[in-house]
Design a protein around this ligand. Structure first.
Ligand code: ADP
Length: 438
């Protein structure tokens, strides 16, 4: 930028210099036009010598008849004596003057005259050389300035890159807190640093989640393993002959083994989802039939609660029947787990506009405001549910959510502590469902 302005200034100066000093023939020509206004010989001569003096040129006018001079201003007569032919004059002058310029003018006496003017080319050449030297010098000076400013500027521009490279080298899986300095960077570099920082943020979140997941899994497995280990040791010491201890131990070991099996199955489900290898065998099916099965099974295993239902028949859903049943089971099991005995559980299913709505409502312990935003997170369990014997691993709702969302469904939770909870699931109605019904 600076060098550009500098060069433009130099070129403009050069142009004006040329215009004033070197393109004098044009100016002389303009001056000579003034001669036309002179009326006497003396005035002509005076004017011609003035022009010659100011413009550093030999200027004279002649009137010719053929090659013979019939009139000439008398400037060179002193040198040569008169009269002479034009050729003699021109030869004389051209011995030390070059660059002739000839034009025809008509003076006041209405005669046509030839006008000759000769310039001292050496003078103009010197001025030309000077101009070239000046422009080249200016360019060199400009280049020097460009080089100095350029290297200073590039140092300044590259500085944020050096800093970022240094920071990037410090980032590792053990140090995900370092961030690139955005304040130093500009334009695209700033965008890039911002994007990389965002990427590091999400990497850190994912890595932290991963770490917590591994520690949660270890924690969940440690309890059943220690229980199994404890009972096995007890059996080893005293249980072989004591039937009561034997029964208790077998029962406990079986329970914990089941517990571990459930946990491992849930983990496998989540791993498949995370690896994107989870497959749904979709078909059209009647959701009321599926809910009927869940209600029947629940009624068999849970006698402690009042189970009510209100289900619109012949509502079709397109999806993986087994997976959707798994999700509904999770919600119903939670309603059982978190509702004190003799509480009520109501299951409803109806069509609302283009959606099929399933609601599972209980009169249980409810979910606190602070827990509501977290219950779908893996391994999350509210403090209240942790203290309960019936609590699971905290994976049920995250699995149910994956299944519902995987079927383009939506889940809403309404809950009030000590009053109860309602899970509302919305499924889109399948298109052309009657044709595809198996
Ligand atoms: P868990 O195996 O602990 O039940 P879930 O993922 O199914 O795990 O549920 C997560 C947490 O959400 C539970 O620990 C409990 O605190 C809360 N929760 C889920 N359903 C209900 C409900 N119907 N009533 C009260 N709390 C519930």
């Amino acid at each position: 930028m600076v060098s550009g302005v500098f060069t433009v200034v130099i070129v403009l100066c050069g142009y004006f210099y040329l215009e004033h000093e070197v393109f004098i023939p044009r100016q002389v020509y303009n001056d000579v036009q003034l001669i036309k206004t002179c009326s006497t010989d003396a005035e002509y001569n005076d004017m011609l010598s003035k022009i010659g003096f100011y413009r550093n040129a030999d200027v004279f006018i002649v009137e010719l008849k053929g090659n013979e001079i019939v009139y000439m201003d008398n400037k060179y007569n002193d040198f040569l004596g008169s009269p002479h032919t034009l050729v003699e004059y021109l030869e004389f002058i051209s011995t030390y003057r070059k660059l002739p310029y000839i034009s025809t003018i008509t003076l006041n006496d209405n005669h046509h005259y030839k006008l000759y003017y000769y310039f001292d080319i050496h003078d103009y050449l010197n001025k030309g050389y000077m101009l070239i030297i000046l422009v080249s010098g200016a360019e060199l000076f400009g280049l020097l300035i460009i080089w100095i400013l350029g290297s200073l500027k590039s140092k300044k521009v590259l500085q944020p890159i050096y800093t970022m490279t240094k920071t990037a080298k410090e980032i590792s899986i053990y140090n995900l807190d370092a961030r690139l300095n955005i304040s130093e960077a500009k334009y695209e570099l700033k965008d890039m640093a911002y994007t990389l920082n965002k990427m590091l943020d999400s990497l850190k979140i994912d890595y932290t989640k991963q770490k917590r997941f591994v520690s949660d899994v270890s924690h969940e497995l440690r309890t059943p393993i220690s229980i199994i280990h404890g009972y096995a040791s007890m059996l080893q010491r005293w249980g072989k002959k004591d039937e009561a201890i034997l029964d208790e131990s077998i029962e406990a070991i079986k329970n914990e083994a089941n517990n571990m099996k459930d946990l491992v199955e849930n983990l496998l489900f989540l791993a498949r989802h995370d690896n994107q290898t989870l497959k749904y065998n979709r078909e059209n099916f009647y959701i009321d039939e599926l809910l009927g099965e869940v209600i029947k099974e629940t009624a068999i295993i849970d006698k402690k609660h009042i189970l009510e239902h209100n289900i619109t028949p012949k509502l079709v859903i397109y999806g993986d029947r087994n997976r959707i049943k798994q999700a509904i089971r999770i919600f119903v099991d939670n309603a059982i787990k978190y509702t004190p005995p003799s509480g009520k559980i109501v299951i409803k299913c109806f069509k609302d506009n283009e959606n099929i709505v399933i609601s599972i409502k209980d009169t249980g312990i409810g979910i606190g405001r602070e827990d509501l935003g977290n219950i779908f997170n893996r391994f999350y369990r509210s403090d209240k549910s942790r203290t309960r014997e019936t609590g699971g691993h905290g994976l049920g709702l995250s699995i149910a959510k994956i299944i519902i969302v995987g079927h383009q469904g939506k889940i809403k939770v309404r809950s009030k502590l000590e009053i109860g909870s309602e899970i509302i699931i919305n499924f889109p109605t399948p298109v052309n469902h009657s044709k595809n019904k198996h």
